[in-house]
Design a protein around this ligand. Structure first.
Ligand SMILES: NC(=O)CC(=O)C(=O)O
Length: 347
């Protein structure tokens, strides 16, 4: 009964997001079964939030046994199927965030473009205002009711300036908006015979770096292509981040070549944990994501790696281990800043 209430909220929110657009019949039938055949009413968002609250407390009680021991926290990576139907994507995110919470996650992270297919032809139709759009509202409500941080992957954002951005929002365990990161480096590449992608045809790049402060550590956020720019990661480290989180959607050309390599490079160079969160692989999609969401530790070792299909995976972030690696190989205190310098021109 209680679980169906949570799902009920998602249907309401996602239907609102799509206005009059209806579920395709197959998905509609699946959701009808999924939601126990309930008729969707028109109760308001506030009322639904309090219902999620009662539910989430009971979930948190049962999850607390599996909380990480020692000095750190548990990160849950939601590698999810993303379809051409926003309402279905939000329902999937809702279900898998619950699974992550049940697995003891203190911080839950979603993939790049979790509410929209990754493709420049889709961004305009799926774009939302942040934080007043339905995806942001759902993430805020779930964060507050489960009392977890949610790093909400990314969504296409319609800015106040009317332009489109690829944007990640993070909510605190009270549902407060903690940070908004607009993908800084747009994915414009051309690998002949393999893949050409030009985000800049429809998107604007962001012009800020984004650090999230939690009770455990600072987290630097980047989106996908941002991981290829080591300066950004270095600045996050200089500013005290212990974990870098990159929602990302590498593809079948760059994924096998660079996904793991880049993550290990950023982790070892900066002696931080690095997490990447991909959509699940769908061979029939216009853009086939690589999958393999992953966490790498400051030594460069893979802590956890998802397969290709939809899955929630977990990693315990051990803050003492970071200190240990940094004291064993103290590169941060051995920098030759008399020879070189790294600085951000904007704070
Ligand atoms: N999709 C991206 O932004 C980046 C990517 O796929 C790559 O760098 O490769």
């Amino acid at each position: 009964m209680q679980f169906s209430q949570l799902k009920f909220v998602s249907v309401l929110l996602t239907r609102k997001a799509l206005g009059t657009k209806q579920f395709p019949s197959l998905i509609s039938r699946q959701l009808h079964g999924f939601y126990g055949g309930k008729v969707v009413g028109s109760n308001n968002f506030q009322l639904k939030q309090s219902k999620i609250g009662r539910l989430s407390r009971s979930i948190m009680d049962s999850a607390s046994d599996s909380a990480p021991k020692g000095n750190g926290f548990r990160l849950g990576l939601v590698q999810m199927n993303v379809t051409e139907f926003k309402n279905f994507n939000l329902t999937t995110a809702n279900t898998l965030i619950k699974e992550a919470v049940q697995g003891g996650a203190n911080i839950v992270a979603l993939p790049e473009c979790f509410n929209s297919p990754y493709g420049i032809q889709h961004f305009k139709d799926f774009a939302e205002h942040i934080p007043n759009g339905v995806s942001s509202k759902l993430m805020s409500a779930l964060a507050a009711d489960y009392k977890v941080y949610i790093i909400a992957g990314s969504i296409p954002e319609r800015g106040d300036d009317g332009r489109l951005y690829n944007t990640s929002v993070t909510f605190s365990p009270t549902g407060e908006l903690l940070g908004k990161h607009r993908k800084v480096h747009l994915f414009d590449i051309d690998v002949p015979g393999k893949i050409k992608f030009q985000e800049s045809e429809v998107l604007e790049g962001g012009d800020n770096l984004t650090i999230i402060e939690t009770e455990w550590c600072k987290i630097g956020v980047g989106i996908c292509y941002d991981i290829r720019f080591p300066e950004m990661a270095q600045i996050y480290r200089q500013k005290g981040c212990d974990l870098l989180v990159y929602p990302g959607a590498f593809n079948m050309t760059t994924g096998p070549a660079h996904w793991q390599l880049l993550q290990q490079a950023r982790a070892v160079d900066n002696q931080v944990y690095v997490a990447t969160i991909s959509p699940a692989r769908n061979e029939k999609a216009g853009y086939v994501a690589w999958g393999h969401s992953m966490v790498v530790n400051p030594w460069g070792t893979i802590v956890v790696e998802a397969p290709e299909e939809q899955k929630v995976v977990f990693a315990d972030i051990d803050l003492d281990y970071i200190k240990q690696v940094r004291s064993q190989i103290p590169v941060s205190t051995q920098k030759r800043t008399d020879l070189y310098q790294l600085a951000t021109l904007k704070d």
